[in-house]
Design a protein around this ligand. Structure first.
Ligand code: NAP
Length: 378
């Protein structure tokens, strides 16, 4: 089996390769690495795999069509251009995609196998070929509330997010760091003085933030360091951002629910942190449950979810992007009943959006395809 990987150098792609090396996935297949910007260059020596070390051209359809599976983390624009074209020329391999491009197409399965392995297997058996990772916030939320949705206990969800800069990709992370650096430089000397004047420092910081150059704002358009942006992705012109819209439609698609499924409302906010998406969630349940029962149901659902007791010290330690970053853990805490309705509970959850929110479902999909039950597909 030959796997083609496109977009391995980006934010999601780098984390994917890291995980594939940890899990020794490259032993299961031959791999061809593609590039859109460095054709003929070399795959870094740190990546151990079977196949050529020379980077193939990600726009060469012949080279792509040799692959039984193409896994892309290159982004929507690339997918939009390549997949229809190679399929129209007869390529019938599996397309695994981190981008949103084909997620809502009828013949596409959104992959999050701890929750929908059955749908994935059925799709493979039915000859479906397109498998897309879900929106990062949706996948992380579903991993957290897996137990409640599995037991059909959720009527609606309202979530306000705190999404990291890395959600936008490698260049966005760099932009945040450059802004942080510039802010620090402007107050470095004043801060080191014992008798610093905090209002002067505050003024300098504000002044720096308000005067970033266009180049320093090229990814986020407005300052993110020391600030936040309550809008992510395109404007749908109906009051919802595209990111918020994805929450409702993708969550229900992953769970294979129809229009009577779970109603989902997101308010998506970009914050100046590096990695991990956090969410403050309100859930309306279909029946009144004791908090201890909710915690047990959540804890038992999958090996990665961690219920954090609703206590200050535990919350500070374990319910944070720093605790979660670079791990597959999905902490969920601050679980309590809301005053205004006995059926409503609130919770706070965090997931590394580059792992469960992006790379992990993709690499697990590769392993599902390697499973002996599907070997005949190749
Ligand atoms: P990204 O970091 O911008 O990487 C995409 C491509 O940009 C890379 O494959 C690379 O292509 C090129 N690139 C240009 N300059 C680069 C640099 N300095 N460092 C690294 N790569 C550079 O994008 P991404 O965040 O990985 O997102 C890829 C797709 O996954 C998107 O469709 C996104 O919506 C989706 N997604 C992202 C996240 C997330 O949290 N970031 C989560 C879920 C889904 P070449 O090597 O060919 O030049």
């Amino acid at each position: 089996m030959l796997i083609g990987i496109v977009g391995w150098r980006g934010m999601v792609g780098s984390v994917l390769i890291q995980r594939m090396l940890q899990e020794e996935d490259f032993n299961y297949f031959e791999t061809r690495f593609f590039s859109t910007s460095n054709v003929g260059g070399k795959v870094p020596e740190t990546i151990q795999f079977r196949g050529s070390r020379v980077l193939a051209d990600a726009f060469c359809e012949k080279s792509l069509a040799d692959c039984d599976v193409i896994l892309t983390c290159q982004g929507s624009e690339y997918s939009r251009k390549i997949l229809p074209s190679i399929q129209s020329k007869g390529w019938n391999g599996f397309w695994i995609d981190a981008s949103r491009e084909f997620r809502m197409q009828d013949d596409t399965t959104i992959i999050l196998d701890p929750l929908n392995r059955e749908s994935i297997e059925t799709a493979i058996k039915n000859g479906k070929r397109i498998f897309c990772g879900g929106n990062c916030t949706v996948s992380c939320l579903l991993m957290a509330i897996h137990g409640l949705v599995k037991n059909d206990l959720v009527e609606w969800i309202s979530s306000t997010t705190y999404q990291a800069a890395s959600g936008g990709g490698a260049k966005h992370m760099k932009e945040l760091l450059n802004q942080m650096g510039k802010i620090y430089k402007c107050i470095d000397t004043s801060l080191s003085q014992d008798n610093f004047n905090i209002l002067d420092i505050d003024d300098s910081v504000l002044n720096t933030q308000k005067n970033f150059t266009a180049e320093e704002l090229s990814c986020f358009n407005v300052p993110l360091a020391g600030s936040l942006i309550p809008w992510i992705d395109q404007d749908r012109n109906d009051g919802w951002s595209l990111e918020e819209w994805k929450g409702d439609v993708e969550l229900n698609k992953i769970l294979n629910l129809d229009q009577e499924g779970i109603k989902v409302d997101f308010t998506c906010v970009r914050v100046g942190i590096m990695r991990c998406h956090s969410q403050s969630v309100i859930l309306k349940l279909k029946q009144k449950l004791e908090i201890e029962d909710i915690q047990r149901i959540l804890n038992e659902a999958n090996p990665w979810v961690e219920v954090v007791p609703n206590k200050k010290a535990e919350t500070e330690k374990r319910l944070s992007p720093l605790y979660t970053s670079g791990t597959l853990k999905i902490p969920i805490g601050r679980i309590r009943r809301l005053n205004y309705n006995d059926l409503c509970i609130s919770a706070f959850t965090i997931g590394d959006q580059l792992l469960w929110g992006a790379a992990e479902p993709l690499r697990r999909m590769l392993r599902i395809l390697c499973d002996e039950n599907f070997a005949e597909e190749f």
